[in-house]
Design a protein around this ligand. Structure first.
Ligand code: PEP
Ligand code: MG
Length: 543
């Protein structure tokens, strides 16, 4: 038995085989020992296999996400038949005696650079597609299937790191837990693990030979046991059963109100990242969706999701919530959440960079499309819109003006819409300082404690070395939350918390005493929070 330690981001136990995820190598051997004809034959076999995969992906996408989204896989198939592309690969094989991997990677890079330099936005977006198809062929040449990060069997995923877009693409029915070497506990990948309710460890120095071996991931004790001794395995299985029992006890709290012993009420909502999470929100009896991180729709796509695609997703979420409120946060892309087709530059300080509302106000084509899709979905239930990363009244007014423009257009076209509340995220110290002015512009505030902590304490939430310094209980952060609530209430705004701190049961009493109206947490945290709220008595002095 081998034991390794890390930092747990979700208490719980996972038992199963380990599966090591290796991204296909970016660098490939240049010179080949085979003839150019032999390398071409290798390439052509891989290309045919890639076409088969793409056909299958097209079929699957057509069923699951409609023709609009599926079309990209047809485009990829056409690209792999493109004569210029094939000639370029052949040319490199013949003139440089290169491996097929090198020829394909180089051709992909050259074509991507040529697409990126074009004026037409549609052609620019093809840059990431040509890289994508080339990578698919290289993966096949390297003997790696690209059908999924996880294999057929449920497993504990082990990786150096996982990006948010890789995490959203994981097949959740096969994911028992995950272990990474890098990553911080405040990253979006960690947040996704909490939403999915899978035990996860970060900062684990794993060995490559763990692949396929059985392990116990013990989130309570921050460690993983590889090839666990039989006695340990059976005691961990017992603990896992106890956890299940505890979870089912919590189910008894369903349909009970979120009210303290002295009668103070608070809304408990859920945070979601995609349609699939709505089921989790309902299973855990959330009163609504307090944060729909809409950027995950973009991270999960190969190209800008069209208005129709987004409308279908928002409508599904809103209809499934059947009249319960759904707060949709507009696109918060940038920093750690990157989609290649946006073509965002690499930045020195991404957290302080071109992200969220800054992108939306400058790339209005993208923003207007999203606003229209949300407004159209508002005809099907209770929808609220909130803007992220606000630092000024100007931004709020500009965003609201664009929203009004969309409403006017839709009205003119006779498209039905509902009443939509408008709010902002309070996640910068600037927003806290001008909360009185901002509150006069909107219906509600939602405090994003993840970023508010990062910007208040000047601590990069992505940097694992700073985890020990990232203290969301810091008095400066708590005081900012209090001031936000007070300023919001002075002007008739309701105020919620949608950052991870909302689920911190040691602060529930503090938040309720501040007068917070809504706590929005990952779906598995809803019932434990309800339990905590129902045990509090605010008429007694705070301990
Ligand atoms: C936050 O910053 O607290 C928040 C809820 O947004 P995100 O974690 O997606 O940045
Ligand atoms: Mg944020």
């Amino acid at each position: 038995m081998q034991v390794a330690t890390g930092k747990s981001i979700l208490n719980g136990i996972a038992i199963g085989p380990l599966r090591i995820y290796r991204r296909a190598a970016a660098q490939t051997e240049v010179s080949s020992t085979l003839t150019p004809q032999e390398e071409w034959a290798r390439f052509d076999t891989a290309r045919v296999k890639a076409q088969e995969q793409l056909k299958e992906l097209y079929r699957k996408a057509l069923d699951e996400v409609g023709e609009d989204n599926a079309a990209i896989f047809e485009i990829h198939q056409m690209m792999l038949d493109d004569e210029d592309y094939l000639d370029a690969v052949k040319g490199i094989l013949e003139t440089q005696g290169a491996t097929a991997e090198y020829a394909v990677t180089t051709t992909g890079k050259n074509f991507a650079a040529a697409f990126a330099a074009m004026d037409d936005a549609y052609m620019q977006a093809r840059a990431s597609d040509v890289k994508d198809i080339s990578q698919r062929v290289v993966n096949i040449l390297n003997g790696q299937a690209q059908s999924g990060i996880l294999g057929e069997q449920p497993a504990i995923l082990v990786a150096d790191d996982l990006t948010p877009s890789e995490t959203v693409q994981l097949d959740k029915s096969k994911l028992l837990g995950f272990i990474t070497r890098h990553g911080s506990s405040n990253s979006h990948t960690a947040i996704l693990a909490r939403t999915m309710n899978v035990p996860a460890l970060i900062g684990v120095d794993f060995d490559q030979d763990w692949d396929g071996r059985t392990a116990v991931l013990d989130g309570y004790n921050h460690c993983v046991y590889v090839d666990p001794a039989p006695q340990l395995l059976s005691s961990m299985q017992k603990k896992q059963q106890e956890d299940l029992k505890q979870e089912s006890l919590l189910q008894g709290l369903k349909k009970k109100p979120n009210v303290t012993l002295d009668g103070t009420k608070v809304n408990v909502y859920a945070n979601i990242g995609n349609v699939g999470d709505v089921g989790l929100a309902l299973q855990n009896d959330a009163g609504g969706i307090g944060l729909f991180r809409s950027e995950f729709i973009y991270l999960d796509a190969k190209d800008f999701p069209s208005e129709e695609t987004q409308f279908a997703i928002y409508k599904r979420v809103v209809e499934t919530m059947a009249g319960k409120k759904v707060v949709i946060r507009t696109l918060d892309i940038g920093a750690d959440k990157q989609a290649p087709y946006f073509g965002l530059d690499k930045e020195e300080n991404p957290a302080l960079g071109y992200r969220a509302i800054r992108i939306c106000l400058t790339r209005q084509d993208i923003f207007l499309q999203q606003l229209r899709a949300i407004l159209r979905a508002s005809a099907y239930g209770a929808v609220a819109i909130m803007f992220p990363m606000i630092i000024s009244v100007r931004e709020v007014r500009d965003a609201k003006e664009l929203l009004e423009k969309c409403k006017a257009q839709l009205r003119q076209q006779g498209v039905p819409m509902g009443e939509v509340e408008v709010g902002i995220m309070i996640e910068t110290p600037a927003a806290v300082m001008i909360a009185d002015e901002l509150a006069q512009e909107v219906d509600f505030f939602s405090v994003g404690t993840n970023d508010l902590t990062q910007y208040t304490l000047a601590i990069d939430r992505q940097n694992p070395k700073l985890d020990a310094f990232y203290d969301p209980h810091h008095p400066a952060v708590l005081r900012m939350i209090r001031e936000t609530v007070e300023a919001g209430h002075r002007h008739g705004c309701w105020v919620g918390i949608c950052g991870e701190l909302g689920a911190d049961l040691t602060l529930t009493e503090t938040f309720l005493r501040m007068g917070v109206d809504e706590l929005s947490v990952s779906p598995p945290a809803v019932l434990p929070l309800r339990k905590r709220i129902r045990s509090l008595d605010l008429s007694k002095n705070e301990k």
